[in-house]
Design a protein around this ligand. Sequence first.
Ligand code: AGP
Length: 612
Amino acid sequence: MCGIVGGVAERNISNILIEGLKRLEYRGYDSAGLALINGGHVLRERRVGKVANLEQAVIEAELTGSLGIAHTRWATHGKPTENNAHPHISGNVAVVHNGIIENFQELKDDLEALGYVFTSQTDTEVVAHLVNDALKSTPSLLEAVKQVVPQLKGAYALGIIHTDHPDELITVREGSPLVIGVGIGENFISSDQLALLPITNRFIYLEEGDIARLTRETIEVFVDGQLVNRPVKELDATVSNASKGEYKHYMLKEIYEQPEAIQQTISQALNGNALREDFLAQAEQDFASIQQVQIIACGTSYHAGMIAKYWFEQLIDVPCQVEIASEYRYRTPVIVNNTLYICISQSGETADTLAALRDTQKRAAAKALNICTMAICNVATSSMVRETHHSLLTLAGPEIGVASTKAFTTQLAALMLLILKIGQVKQSIAEKTVTEIIAELWHTPKVILDTLQHNPAILHLSELFVEKNHCLFLGRGTQFPIALEGALKLKEISYIHAEGYAAGELKHGPLALVDNEMPVVILAPKDDMLDKLKSNMEEVQARGGELFVFADEHSGIKTKERQHVVHIPSISAVLAPIVYSIPVQLLSYHVAVLRGTDVDQPRNLAKSVTVE
Ligand code: AGP
């Protein structure tokens, strides 16, 4: 998704801006640009493709300046071309923008009537012209921006500079993330603090509706024209630990980090084989009154929610619904009293999930309903964590690969902890069961480590996939969402068309697809559904399908003609979805590497989907 970096300093900041953009590359983008103010001029370079292209252009043009803004663009309005890349300029104003200006066409018509000429197809360019136009009635850049903001509809973040204000950077947050990095005698902005970590660990997290004016020495934040105080927060040093190390891709590193990430996530909640007394203690009263759960999430996080639904209902007898946020937010769902709304999100900034959360809160307040909201999230400083009553952090560390891996398995671990907690508060789970599941949770990192030992066998399977164009993933019970997740992983990074199905649904349609060109991946832990799953495997084999099976070592399933089996170490049926995530991640990873795709930044995708 688009990324913003900007700064005002005494030194040349062109290299800082480029480095910042590089740190945002993982989010996905198709072009990049930078503008600096120097000697009363706006100096700008923009390039299609990688930040490295822009860097080369900036070096060749010898661009320097101590005030500047930079951007990686993920096309929404207009193709990925140099003209559409940011910054956009009008007169002496330069603007970078994340998000969408929904009423841009009306604004554009008005501006064209006033004689402004548009050089791009973007919605952003209206902001540059509007600020330029507002400067006719005020010499203050800040005042001009304050006049423009109420005219803009949509969700956006902005960085704005002007040649006549060489020590002033104006920024706006309205529905799209923006942080200020606080330096000594210099200050910076970014859409993601990760971009600024080499320069500072002190941040101001802007809130929706904030307009800020940064100079080298000062930071002023305004809400509705009034100066407000936003605290400076110091970031834990471990958050900055995001490099590929010995691994070829972030995704592989993140797959291998899962034992530790899960250990970290569960350690915050457990004391031996019991939940810590202080774990979610502040939420106990809310948990006591809830009668059902509604989970809202997107993509991989939605799959984690699907598994939690099985757990909520089987383990603690609490009804649970789960829905994709982009549907939920638009279908006017009934908000029910005494419901716990859980948003699951790696980033905590996903636009659809945030919008669904905000809409739910608004509608519950309008009817004076008693609801409780909770975020399960990997980013402590994210909007979702700040805007919910309670939060439970997945302590996975930064996840850079677009394909979610360790965020997913830590979400599952966190959800299980939450379910145990709610079950205890509502006394709907036996203490013995809690103790047994916690013992299994502690054991899970080891089982994942042992599963990772099967990497060579999974690499071997992936060699048989390289030429395939389609693939089916099948599972039953909590392995059904893992089948969906396996298919999502394979399609997003290898670009092979893949579908996940509940194996029992095979006869109701997808069996028609099975022939000797169709690989079928089976998830076969040792659980109550194993015999039924074996029948489904027979159905596939009888139609000439080739089976790739991840099966419990004691399942009795063996390699034979057109049936390739990788044995997975035994784990309790209830936690099996955490462990069976690993082989499907590795399979997708190896297939993608063999097909030569951009594994960490697959085409057309972004890590954090902050626009609709
Ligand atoms: C997963 O591999 C994807 N990249 C994607 O589905 C992701 O899970 C989804 O966009 C939701 O993101 P979030 O968890 O940050 O809200």
